[in-house]
Design a protein around this ligand. Structure first.
Ligand SMILES: Cc1cc2nc3c(=O)[nH]c(=O)nc-3n(C[C@H](O)[C@H](O)[C@H](O)COP(=O)(O)O)c2cc1C
Length: 294
């Protein structure tokens, strides 16, 4: 399956991404100006900023002699608090420190693919991310690979080549396993009921469920394109629980008001809406614009 995104489409989305990034930078700068506490990390910063030679002088009411009499752990806590107080006060003498902002990075999405039917959705998402120049970090389960063989003529190597980075499902040491690996959200597409259940209870013994768990704990966007029908009480309870935990539950249910003519039309519409849920807005599908004369 080839990617059929027009140049206009790519550039229009690239433009809107840039605008979003600029907005992020403005917000960060405004927040920085409003606060006197230093910000140690910035996600959508256009240029790296370096804050040099902030000076800290502890401003404790307790005397040094008093602190020296306290147990070591308490002393360490008080010293840290005093240091922060010094920063907040903008004190100009004392300890010097240099804090560097994280450098800018490309937009980055983690894509998990599990063994539910619907691998075509995952393939289209990878194609779109690639066309937009957005990094994709792909994790495919054993059963995703098995179902993929039935559902598409693409080989595993061809699918993997669409992603920026590939990980194996068992590699629990891969970057998405840690909250310190910065990214802009994760989608599990399609998401099996087994993986849904694993994420719901926090039983993370593979890289897909672990990465999803990390998204929830870090309060990052997590989109679950769950696929099963009909749904049992257990499935529904798992979905509700994850919805309450902050995930977006996104069954790829087609819209028919667009009068889809091909499977591609149906896939593009669902994929467009899934990407909307990740704050990536494209023009590759028809958006509702009110009733028109038929
Ligand atoms: C052809 C095929 C289609 C499947 N479709 C679904 C499905 O739509 N939803 C689902 O929850 N499981 C489905 N399964 C079962 C899952 O593959 C199975 O539960 C597997 O353990 C999921 O593991 P994973 O989440 O690690 O990929 C399907 C299996 C096969 C072989």
């Amino acid at each position: 399956m080839s990617c059929m995104l027009s140049t206009n489409f790519v550039s229009s989305v690239a433009r809107s991404s840039t605008t979003a990034a600029s907005k992020g930078a403005i917000t960060s700068t405004a927040a920085l100006a409003a606060k006197t506490t230093p910000t140690f990390c910035c996600r959508r910063q256009e240029t790296p900023r370096t804050y040099t030679t902030r000076t800290i002088r502890p401003t404790l009411s307790s005397s040094s002699k008093h602190i020296a009499q306290l147990p070591t752990n308490t002393r360490r806590h008080i010293s840290t608090t005093a240091g922060l107080q010094g920063l907040q006060d903008g004190n100009q003498s004392g300890i010097s420190t240099t804090v560097k902002m994280s450098p800018p990075r490309p937009k980055r999405i983690v894509v998990g693919v599990t063994g539910a039917t619907g691998t075509l959705f995952a393939i289209r998402i990878l194609q779109v991310l690639k066309a937009l120049g957005i990094e994709s970090h792909l994790i495919m389960s054993k059963w995703a690979l098995a179902t993929m063989k039935y559902e598409t003529s693409m080989t595993e190597a061809e699918v993997r080549s669409l992603a920026t980075t590939n990980y194996t499902m068992k590699d629990m040491s891969a970057p998405p396993s840690s909250g310190s690996f910065l990214h802009d959200g994760m989608i599990i597409v399609p998401c099996s009921m087994k993986t849904l259940a694993a994420v719901r209870i926090g039983f993370c013994d593979d890289l897909i469920s672990r990465s999803a768990d990390v998204c929830l704990k870090e309060r990052r966007r997590l989109v679950l394109a769950i696929r099963e029908t009909p749904l049992s009480d257990i499935h529904l309870e798992n979905m509700l629980s994850l919805r309450k935990a902050g995930a977006v539950i996104f069954p790829p249910v087609p819209a028919f008001y667009t009068r889809p003519k091909t499977i591609d039309d149906i896939i593009n519409q669902s994929v467009g809406r899934m990407l909307d849920a990740l704050d990536i807005h494209t023009e590759e599908f028809e958006r509702w614009d009110g009733f028109k004369k038929l």
